[in-house]
Ligand binder design. Structure first.
Ligand code: LLP
Length: 394
């Protein structure tokens, strides 16, 4: 829901751009903090969801840690003054340069994904006369029931160490003197709306913890990753995800050993709803069976629909504002029509939505794509030599 002042700001700003409602972000973070602190849970923000400086500054100011998946993300987290002792570094393919940078930055923990990686980190740490703290990223083989491209916790996925490799990994760790095992790490996928997937994760973590206890290995930290989904269909009524149920579920179902700390790596749930992609209609083109509303934003600015067939709510704010005005002044409101809402990029997959119901739409109207704060701006790219998309804040 946008105020008239915000819509006027959209009208007077060159499009396309990302608009971030920083109040929504702050309210979301407040809720994350109040719900997670009930159980002393530690939350890291997954920078991959949105690494915009303004956003990061607010996240950091709320005392949240950083979850990074590249050397540049670690660098960004350090530059944005996230506490080094609150930075975790994950990823299946960490390069030597990235590992060295993270070692030099004295980060809290490397989430390690393979035996090979453990050996490399050990060697690089040894060369620096350092000890790297690591968590084993274990592939729990739990189905997240989400899109296949954002499922990570199944054996068929490339992520993590498989359960049957644990014996070997533990034997290997005994020989690596520059590595200290401080935790276990799990992440089953993203945009998870079925809470029973998280319950399944908890139950699997309990079993795996049992294995470590039986091998007399003490685990200090349990990192259960991120993945909490958001409501793309009805953002106005679900601006803030249900962190209460989410954190309570882990509290209820995780069996913790004395002194164990639980960590989370949330990305989407923190930033998705505060972001909107704002564009203008360039043309309305009559097709054979449909009308195309051609926007000045495309898959280069928001890739999710093209890549994952993802749904983002599309609204014509000019028509909504006009309709409000007409209703208040007693004239007829506009009527709904169906449009294929597409971008200007030379790809047929550059389509934000087919047969979208919109009030009659014209050239120059402001059309927005909602819930675009996560994996929007960060995944934008310069295909077709497009300009880098800009950001505007409330
Ligand atoms: N931790 C790890 C190890 C991850 O791989 C991810 C996301 C997260 C945490 C944060 O997950 P979140 O809380 O945001 O669901 N580009 C895709 C999403 C890719 C997610 C990658 N990993 C999309 O637009 O839907």
């Amino acid at each position: 829901m946008f105020t008239t002042a915000v819509i006027n700001k959209f009208k007077s700003t060159p499009t396309p751009f990302y608009y971030y409602d920083l109040d929504v972000l702050k309210q979301t973070l407040q809720k994350v903090k109040s719900e997670s602190s009930k159980y002393n849970f530690i939350v890291h923000y997954a920078l991959k969801a949105n690494a915009n400086n303004e956003v990061l500054e607010i996240v950091r100011a709320n005392g949240i840690g950083a979850d990074c998946v590249s050397g540049n993300e670690v660098k960004k987290a350090v530059e944005c003054k996230f506490g080094r002792s609150h930075i975790v570094f994950a990823g299946v393919g960490k390069s030597d340069e990235e590992i060295n940078y993270a070692l030099d930055s004295d980060i809290f923990c490397f989430n390690c994904e393979s035996k090979e990686e453990l050996e490399i980190i050990n060697g690089l740490a040894n060369a620096k006369n350092k000890t790297a703290s690591i968590a084993l990223r274990i592939n729990p083989n739990v189905n997240a029931n989400t899109h296949k491209y954002i499922t990570t916790g199944l054996e068929e996925n490339k992520f993590g160490i498989n359960l049957w490799e644990l014996d070997d990994v533990v034997k290997l760790l005994e020989t690596l003197s520059n590595i200290k095992l401080i935790g276990l790490h799990f992440h089953i996928g993203s945009q998870i709306t079925d809470m029973s997937s998280f319950k399944s994760l908890c139950l699997r973590v309990n079993e795996i913890q049992g294995w470590f206890v039986s091998h007399k290995i003490h685990i200090e930290n349990v990192n259960v990753g991120g993945g909490l989904g958001v409501d793309y269909h009805d953002p106005d009524n679900h601006m803030i995800p249900d962190f209460e149920t989410y954190f309570k579920l882990f509290h209820d179902f995780l069996e913790l050993r004395p002194g164990q700390k639980v960590h989370f790596e949330l990305g989407r749930a923190i930033v998705a709803q505060c972001g909107t992609l704002v564009s203008k209609v360039l043309y309305i083109k009559k097709g054979v069976n449909t009308n195309f509303a051609i926007l000045d934003a495309g898959m280069t600015e928001l890739m999710r629909p093209a890549l994952y067939q993802a749904y983002h709510k599309i609204e014509n704010l000019t028509a909504i504002a006009d309709e409000k005005w007409e209703k208040e002044n007693g004239s007829e409101s506009s009527f709904m029509q169906k449009y294929d809402v597409v971008g200007p990029i030379c790809e047929s997959s550059d389509c934000f939505g087919k047969a979208v119901n919109l009030p009659e739409t014209s050239r120059g109207d402001i059309v927005v794509l909602r819930t675009a704060g996560a994996y929007g701006e960060v995944m934008s790219n310069g295909y077709n030599l497009r300009d880098k998309v800009k950001a505007v804040y409330s």
